[in-house]
Design a protein around this ligand. Structure first.
Ligand code: HEM
Length: 361
């Protein structure tokens, strides 16, 4: 059983401490949480080389794709593929395809899987691979609000995906999907690392984007702001209150002092956009939902839903634009929402609670 308040209920703990913690605060043995936006930015941007190079997306050994040049090349190709594909997507048609009543966030992930499928697995991929993609979405994303599965079931899920994945490259390369991009840059990366990286792309394109849409819809419809003239501000405000990537972890390269506390490379620096986005020092009425606060806001904003610095999300701008367009298209169908009980679901990503979305036909 977790014995530290942060581990028992991280969001409640961050909410409770955001206003009164200083710049930093220990949240468990060897874990220092950063509440100060400038310190967080300095650590993420890390011009002085004080922080060990790390990307939550590319991960650490054995998942790491090295050297860094390869990560950059893969990220660039992946972004180009997703960008080219999203240009072909008709958001109005996608919104029209939603049922008059759907249960979210699952329906959001299903929508994003349909939209992103051609870029995740080109139409020429084998039926087994397409099924494995469905399966990984079902087991890693859609099942978040269900009871956790047992060890045997999880091992079987993993095995199934590995089997489909390992057979696929033999079928020949297909241009134009993320698996192909991955294989081009993978070098001699082990299969386990390949699968994890591919799952990372599935999670980003289907999970994170779907959750961002879900939060934006839920908050805007609940507060009767669905017709707000700047849909992008609805997305900004949703990701301020509920940043899907709610926590980054880093460590220092040597002994260092952060916010007056001494840290060693063995300590984990926890940088939480969730805490910084709710800090009263940076935001007026931080807990209030106010999309209009984004009107004309420029300069250095203590807002990190896509990270900062060299490892920040390559798809941040694209994602904001696309979620805004989908949101505007759904808004045309006069949405209303009803919560189904339960809170946000917290894992590597912060997913919205279950809710019903009702749409005019
Ligand atoms: C709402 C949607 C998304 C959110 C909230 C999100 C969030 C993030 C965050 C916070 C990071 C930085 C992690 C760190 O500093 O350790 C990141 C990195 C990254 N994201 Fe996203 N992301 C989203 C969508 C996407 C999409 C659609 C793609 C597809 C191309 C993508 C590709 C990447 C890549 C390749 C990196 C690694 C950058 C690097 O380390 O150089 N993300 N993302």
């Amino acid at each position: 059983m977790p014995s530290f308040p942060f581990d028992r209920d991280p969001l409640a703990w961050l909410d409770e401490t955001a206003a009164r913690a200083g710049q930093v605060r220990w949240i468990g043995p060897g874990r220092l949480c950063v509440y100060d936006a400038d310190i967080a930015r300095t650590l993420l941007v890390d011009e002085a080389g004080r922080v060990a190079d790390h990307s939550d997306f590319f991960g650490n050994s054995p998942t790491v794709l090295a050297p860094r040049d390869r990560q950059i090349a893969l990220a660039r190709d992946a972004l180009a593929l997703v960008q080219a594909h999203l240009r072909t997507v008709d958001c109005a048609a996608e919104a029209a395809s939603l049922d008059a009543q759907s249960e979210w966030p699952a329906a959001g992930s299903a929508l994003l899987l349909r939209i992103m499928r051609p870029v995740l697995a080109a139409p020429g991929r084998s039926p087994q691979f397409q099924a494995a993609l469905d399966h990984v979405v079902a087991t890693r994303i859609l099942s978040r609000h269900q009871a956790p599965k047992g060890l045997v079931r999880r091992a079987w899920d993993r095995f199934r995906f590995f089997r489909a994945f390992s057979r696929e490259p033999a079928a020949g390369r297909l241009e134009g999907d993320l698996l192909d991009a991955l294989l081009r840059h993978a070098g001699d990366l082990e299969e386990e690392a390949l699968v994890q990286l591919y799952a990372g792309f599935v999670f980003a394109t289907v999970g994170s984007v779907g959750f961002a849409l879900g939060w934006s819809l839920l908050l805007a419809a609940e507060r009767d702001r669905i017709g707000y003239p700047r849909p992008s501000h609805l997305v900004h405000e949703a990701l301020r209150l509920f940043p899907v990537a709610w926590l980054f972890e880093r460590s220092t390269t040597g002994h260092d002092e952060i916010g007056g506390e001494t840290v060693t490379p063995a300590d984990v620096l926890t940088i939480s956009p969730y805490a910084i986005h709710r800090h009263p020092a940076y935001w007026e009425e931080p807990l209030a939902y106010r999309p209009e606060r984004w009107q004309g806001r420029t300069g250095r904003i203590p807002w990190f839903p896509f990270g900062a610095g060299a490892h920040s999300c390559v798809a941040a701008g694209l994602t904001l634009e696309f979620v805004g367009s989908l949101l505007a298209a759904v808004a045309d169908r006069q949405p209303s929402v009803e919560r189904l009980g339960g809170g946000p679901s917290l894992g590597a990503a912060l997913a919205p609670p279950r809710f019903l979305l009702r749409l005019a036909r």
